[in-house]
Design a protein. Structure first.
Length: 141
């Protein structure tokens, strides 16, 4: 009985401390980052953010279970910052938004689609480095 009580109290204490309590690094700013971030796409905002965009749009079609997709996240962040103002970078989680996945026949991951004037103009499959992406996008920035 005493063991169960200790176990319950331990779990309770971990639950209370675990979710909202963390220490901020002294180097972490309390202000939110103002650096450009990829646009988070949904089935609902895809037309507005991609097809109606005045800029070319690079769409990262990714899945949370895809290791190469996850590995590319820092590269997508870098490209977003470097091409801000000339190419819009966006991400679509295909697991959460299957309509676009089906519409554009996304069947391999990671897949990057480039849209210009509302039309798909390029499609790249597989993980790409920062340099590869910059070279592929060179004519659009």
């Amino acid at each position: 009985m005493q063991f169960r009580l200790i176990a319950v109290l331990t779990i309770f204490a971990a639950a209370i401390a675990g979710c909202d309590t963390h220490t901020r690094s002294p180097h972490t700013s309390s202000n939110p980052s103002t650096a450009p971030q990829p646009v988070q796409l949904t089935d609902e905002n895809f037309a507005r953010e991609v097809l109606q965009s005045d800029l070319p749009v690079l769409v990262d079609m990714w899945a949370p279970w895809c290791q190469p997709c996850i590995a590319m996240k820092p590269t997508i962040q870098e490209i977003t910052k470097e091409l801000a103002g000339s190419v819009k970078v966006a991400e679509l989680n295909i697991e959460e938004h299957p309509f676009i996945k089906e519409k554009y026949a996304v069947d391999r991951y990671p897949m990057l689609l480039l849209f210009d004037n509302g039309q798909e103009v390029e499609r790249w499959i597989g993980a790409k480095s920062r340099t590869e992406l910059l070279n592929l996008l060179d004519i659009y920035d």
